[in-house]
Every structure is written in structure tokens, then in C-alpha cells.
Design a protein around this ligand. Structure first.
Ligand code: SAH
Length: 325
């Protein structure tokens, strides 16, 4: 039994069955606080860990929006859940070469990942909450951040909970499921309000759907494969599909501008992934096959290209970032 499972069983014994939301929150907090989950030796690989091209194109997109906004000197780069800091490193390299000299701000709760982020970007500033970001125009990115925030599941009109059963844990009900995520809505709302107040743009990149739908999408990933959601609490990554319709709704309710929701593949292609891959392959001929494979993995319709979606939010005074139409 994992240490977290023991704690959850004690909690269930004391309080009764816990909601899916409390379970997911407790599991992911423990999971991210205790390890580096990324890469071949870990549990899963994210887009910035596949290739530097991903972060570079994010940086190019932000640099373009910042330039069209008149290059405000007080603008900062901000990232939610920066993982190993790889995306920030690659994006900031491009932003710096475009003349951006603003600070770097990270919203990260995991002490282990904060240390890795410090190795990548030593002069960054760290925060626990989005609300703590400085009041400055922001070039903000969140890649695979929303999917890790907890969801509620409503089964046939009733909150789904988790109980202790035999030596393990079990759901209290199954059936037609609707998923809601107050935590995601709060995060998107906080970003949109921050942009409306201070100016700037935000890119949300995640796997999910651009049509709200019914269904249980909660999943566990461990060692690059799917695992049972209730097995080994705190030892595997729990995520669910992000409802991009809700993201768009929350952002526009806050008075921010919102782009259309596009596939990651389409977006990266429009930002010039092929040209970047060609130029990288020319300067690293021995790595050219790897570079092509990485480009395909990021954009292929049967890989990350369609399942992963991108949407941008911008303050009314800032232009919509490129790549969405
Ligand atoms: N963006 C990175 C990492 C994605 S994994 C990448 O693409 O590689 C999710 C990240 O969000 C981790 O850094 C995790 O520690 C962080 N995280 C999860 N829940 C969080 C929360 N509530 N507040 C801040 N960071 C959180």
C-alpha cells in the first residue's frame, strides 16, 4: 500500500467516501511533490520534452504578439506548471533574441520541480498561485497544466465518490458521467482577469475536446502506459480531458479576447514548424531523422496533433496571437 493510500483510507474511515475531486487533488499533489515524472525514465513525455522546436515556436508566437503590442518593456514571461523548465528555456531563448528582456515568473507548487526549474532558469521568480503574479503585461503559457487540476464527476446526477473496499479503493457508482472542474475554471478565470487588468496574452495547450460532451475521461498514466485510476494512489499521473468550450466561456465572461480552439498540429504548422525542422536538420545532419520524428510526433493527426488543442486568451488591448486562423 502506498503512503498516500494509507492516508486516504484513514480519511475515508473518519469522514466517509471522498469525492473524485478530493481524490485527484490529493493524488496529484503528492505525485508531483515527490518526483520528476517526465521523460523515458519517468511516466510520460510532454511536448517541450520531445523537442526544442515546441518551446521555440511558443516563444516565437509570444514574441510576435509582444512586438505587435508595441514591445512594452515592463512585460513578463509567466508559466503555469513549468515541469522541468524546458519550455521556458526554449521560449525565452527566442524571446530574448527578439529583444524581450522581461522577468520570468513561474506558478509551481512542487518543491522537487521548482529545483529543476531553478537549474533551467536560475533567475526566475516562483509563486504558489496565479493571483500572486506581478501586475505587469504577461506573456503566459500553460502546457499540460489544466489537465492535472482536479475534476468532479457527476454520475446520473450524483457526485461520484471513492470508498474503501477490501484491501483497495473503489468508486461508489458507475454510469453516465458528466465532468466539471471548478479548479480549471478558477485558473482560467484568474488568468483572464489578470490579462484584462494588466494586458498580455496567454496560451493554454492541453489534451481535450472542443465540444462539451458526456463521459468519464479520468485516466492514470504510469511508465508510458495507462493504468487503473484507483491503483497506487500518488504513484501515477491522474489527468482528464480539458473541456475547451468551458475555457473559452470563462475567458470571454471575464472580458478577455479569445481565439478559436485549434489542434496543436495545425497551430505548430502555421507557426512554421516545418521550416524550423528543416533548418535544425541542416545544422545537425546526424540528428535529422530524430528531428523529423519529433516534428511528426508533435503534429501527426494520429499522435499529438489533433488530441492536443491550443487556445489563446488576450487582453482587449493586445492582438490575438498568431496561428489560430
Ligand atoms: N508544463 C510542463 C509540465 C506539465 S505537468 C511540461 O509541459 O512539461 C504539470 C505541472 O503542473 C507540473 O509542473 C506540476 O508540478 C504543476 N502543477 C500541478 N498542479 C499544480 C497546482 N495546483 N499549482 C501549480 N502547479 C501545479
Amino acid at each position: 500500500m502506498t503512503p498516500l493510500e494509507r492516508a486516504l483510507r484513514e480519511r475515508i474511515a473518519a469522514e466517509g467516501p471522498i469525492t473524485v475531486e478530493s481524490f485527484m487533488e490529493a493524488c496529484n499533489e503528492y505525485y508531483y511533490a515527490t518526483r520528476d515524472p517526465f521523460g523515458t525514465a519517468g511516466d510520460f513525455t510532454t511536448a517541450p520534452e520531445i523537442s526544442q522546436m515546441f518551446g521555440e515556436l511558443v516563444g516565437a508566437c509570444l514574441a510576435d504578439a509582444w512586438t505587435r503590442a508595441g514591445r512594452p518593456a515592463e512585460a513578463v514571461y509567466a508559466e503555469l506548471g513549468p515541469g522541468r523548465g524546458t519550455l521556458a528555456l526554449d521560449a525565452l531563448r527566442v524571446l530574448r533574441s527578439a529583444g524581450f528582456s522581461g522577468e520570468c515568473h513561474f506558478v509551481e507548487t512542487s518543491p522537487v520541480l521548482r529545483e529543476m526549474q531553478r537549474d533551467a532558469v536560475p533567475d526566475a521568480h516562483w509563486h504558489e498561485l496565479i493571483e500572486e503574479l506581478p501586475n505587469a503585461p504577461s506573456l503566459l503559457v500553460a502546457n499540460e497544466f489544466l489537465d492535472a487540476l482536479p475534476i468532479r464527476q457527476i454520475v446520473n446526477g450524483t457526485e461520484r465518490r471513492i470508498t474503501a473496499l477490501g484491501g483497495g479503493l473503489a468508486f461508489d457508482r458507475d454510469g453516465e458521467t458528466i465532468e466539471l472542474s471548478p479548479a480549471r475554471e478558477a485558473a482560467v478565470g484568474a488568468v483572464a482577469e489578470h490579462l484584462v487588468k494588466n494586458g498580455g496574452v496567454a496560451l493554454f495547450i492541453d489534451y481535450g475536446h472542443d465540444r462539451s460532451g458526456k463521459g468519464d475521461t479520468l485516466q492514470a498514466v504510469r511508465r508510458h502506459g495507462f493504468a487503473a485510476v484507483l491503483a497506487d494512489p500518488g504513484e501515477q499521473d491522474l489527468t482528464s480531458h480539458v473541456d475547451f468550450v468551458a475555457v473559452v466561456q470563462i475567458a470571454s465572461n471575464s472580458g478577455a479576447g479569445v481565439t478559436s480552439v485549434v489542434g496543436q498540429g495545425e497551430w505548430l504548422d502555421r507557426l512554421g514548424l516545418e521550416a524550423r525542422a528543416n533548418s535544425l536538420a541542416r545544422s545537425n545532419p546526424s540528428r535529422s531523422d530524430d528531428i523529423r520524428a519529433a516534428a511528426e510526433r508533435l503534429t501527426g493527426a494520429d499522435q499529438m496533433g489533433q488530441l492536443f488543442k491550443v487556445v489563446a486568451i488576450h487582453s482587449p488591448q493586445w492582438p490575438a496571437p498568431a496561428g489560430f486562423e
